[in-house]
Design a protein. Structure first.
Length: 251
């Protein structure tokens, strides 16, 4: 269940909560992940948090920037779908696309994020193990199957330009978010100063670069998608009781 955000009725809490959300958004963008925490800002606006005295102009700037971050999320989502479709087309053209395969579904689902982040380690490791099973599923010799390097290099060449656009958007958004966060912090400590008079220095930001490669202790294949377990049917009502004796009709 999605957490319910309690209404905010004071200026200080609104500003602090907004700054925390902006900080988490920077963390998300720095890792080239898809879903910045925009929902909290939209929920705060819906509850009228930015309509408190002196916050409307600041709120407008927050929401304007949030719209730009949402555009990043939309582009990311579209790129994910395109990469999945391209992977399926590649496997089909080579004759290694079974009618149903949890292994193919797992590889298809994980390649967009791996490709966008530029980290091929786990995905290639998984592909090299799953292609054995996939070859058996289509009844073909594994020797003719595309290698993990072939598939990865093909996909990377195909989507390099769109990934570069996404990365450029990230490196534009992060300085803007950090600047806005600094302005909100300054505004928090100067309650009598109008928002239009808030001035801060631009942040020094190290650009985000691919690959995003977290430290790996152990390589494991990406797990296949298991079908959901069906709950056991429960008997309706309790066990029927048989009355023994004159009341039950037994003599």
């Amino acid at each position: 269940m999605m957490a319910v955000i309690a209404p905010v009725h004071d200026r200080r809490t609104v500003l602090k909560r907004t700054m925390r959300t902006l900080s988490r958004t920077v963390e998300t963008l720095s890792l080239l992940e898809r879903d910045p925490p925009l929902v909290k800002l939209a929920e705060m606006e819906r509850m009228g948090s930015y309509d408190l005295p002196g916050l409307r102009e600041a709120g407008n700037d927050v929401l304007h920037l949030a719209a730009s971050v949402n555009d990043y999320r939309r582009r990311y989502w579209q790129l994910e779908n395109s990469i999945r479709q391209a992977f399926i087309s590649t496997m089909r053209s080579r004759g290694y696309l079974p009618a149903f395969s949890r292994e193919v579904d797992s590889l298809k689902g994980s390649i967009p994020e791996a490709l966008i982040k530029g980290d091929d380690r786990v995905w290639k490791y998984t592909y090299d193990r799953y292609i054995v099973i996939i070859s058996e599923q289509v009844g073909r010799d594994m020797a003719g199957a595309p290698t993990s390097k072939e598939v990865w290099d093909l996909m990377e060449r195909k989507w390099a330009s769109r990934i570069d656009v996404l990365l450029a958007k990230v490196n534009t958004l992060i300085p803007q978010i950090l600047t806005l966060r600094s302005m909100l912090r300054s505004f928090l400590h100067g309650p009598d100063r109008p928002w239009k008079d808030v001035r801060v220095r631009g942040p020094k930001v190290t650009p985000v670069k691919r690959p995003i490669r977290p430290i790996m202790v152990m390589k494991r294949p990406i797990p296949v998608q298991r079908p959901p377990r069906r709950p056991r049917k429960r008997l309706l009502g309790g066990p029927k009781r048989q009355v023994i004796g004159p009341e039950g009709g037994h003599r």
